[in-house]
Design a binder for this molecule. Structure first.
Ligand code: F6P
Length: 322
């Protein structure tokens, strides 16, 4: 097994609360193993632009509680191109860096695999609010995003109660309904619609009419982004049923804020484990957690895995939570 001397770290894709805690864990753990540590700024874009700088212990002081990523992040689909990726490999080699830890989602993992195939020892850590990585039960940032969404939905409940309104709330998640499911259940939403449940607008209209017959004067409907146009849905509800409705898109506020303690602990454990695995000579793998145990999965397998979604049904929480 080749001796590990220098390690670099980057964050890529959408930022997520807890990424800083993971960066801190990787840096502190690597330093404790006697490695030199380098920051790659702005994700894979910074790697090909040689935006790589040495870090020390104090580089990660006072960041465990901070949202965002101190390294900056970017999406770089061009990194799939071998010639582009080779520039990154050359930049790492020029500095004598033999290992890289990348924190992000599935796009980030594809970059890890590419670098691994080009001979750089590379490990991925799951960092995205979407929780859409199948090789881990929880991604860094998901718990904080759910907390943010619940806080917002609680506030919408207050104003909906006062005005006897129906609130149609769009949460993030890309094509994964985990934020909608968790935030919807935790905030007592009346209806939860996710990418996995499918969407039948006529069923939604019937649900509203039934709620009116039951004299409900306030409704909360939580929907994953990309399922439907929430403004158009709120408008249709209002026009066709007379139930005064408003749409709210929670948007990027779900990506910000101080990470929850759960995310800080998760990020710290995953960061430590990534360095341990690199020291053991692992590469082309990603770290995750299942049943509170750290797991390590080859990236090709991780990218093929089907996500074990929380629940697969549309949830009418007035009747049952399945
Ligand atoms: O992947 C995280 C995520 O926040 C998704 O939930 C969302 O679809 C997307 O990123 C938004 O990306 P952007 O930063 O490009 O607006």
């Amino acid at each position: 097994m080749a001796k590990v001397n220098k390690i670099a770290i980057l964050t890529s894709g959408g930022d997520a609360p807890g990424m800083n805690a993971a960066i801190r864990a990787v840096v502190r753990s690597a330093l404790s193993h006697g490695l030199e540590v380098y920051a790659v700024y702005e994700g894979y874009a910074g790697l090909i632009e040689n935006n790589i700088h040495k870090m020390d212990r104090s580089s990660v002081s006072n960041i465990i509680n901070r949202g965002g990523t101190i390294l900056g992040t970017a999406r770089l689909p061009e990194f799939a191109d071998d010639e582009v990726a080779m520039k990154g490999v050359e930049n790492l080699k020029k500095l004598g860096i033999d290992c890289l830890v990348a924190i992000g989602g599935d796009g980030t993992y594809r970059g890890v695999l590419k670098l691994h195939n080009f001979g750089i020892n590379c490990i991925g850590i799951p960092g995205t609010i979407d929780n859409d990585i199948a090789s881990t039960e929880f991604t860094i940032g998901f718990d904080t995003a759910v907390n943010t969404a619940v806080d917002a939905i609680d506030k919408l409940r207050d104003t909906c109660n006062s005005h006897h309104r129906c609130s149609v709330i769009e949460v993030m998640g890309r094509y994964c309904g985990d934020i909608a499911y968790a935030a919807g259940v935790a905030s007592g939403a009346d209806l939860i619609i996710t990418s996995e449940t499918g969407y039948d607008e006529e069923e939604v209209m019937k649900f509203i009419e039934k709620a009116q017959e039951e004299n409900k004067h306030r409704l909360l409907i939580v929907i994953t982004e990309k399922v439907t146009n929430v403004a158009a849905l709120a408008n249709r509800i209002k026009t066709e049923t007379g139930f005064d409705s408003r749409a709210t898109i929670l948007g990027h506020i779900q990506r910000g804020g101080n990470p929850s303690p759960f995310d800080r602990v998760l990020a710290t454990r995953l960061g430590d484990a990534a360095v341990d695995k690199l020291m053991e000579g692992e590469s082309g793998v990603c770290i995750g957690v299942f049943n509170n145990e750290i797991v390590c999965t080859p990236i090709p397998e991780a990218l093929e895995m089907k996500k074990n979604i929380f629940r697969k049904y549309a949830i009418d929480t007035n009747n049952s939570v399945r």
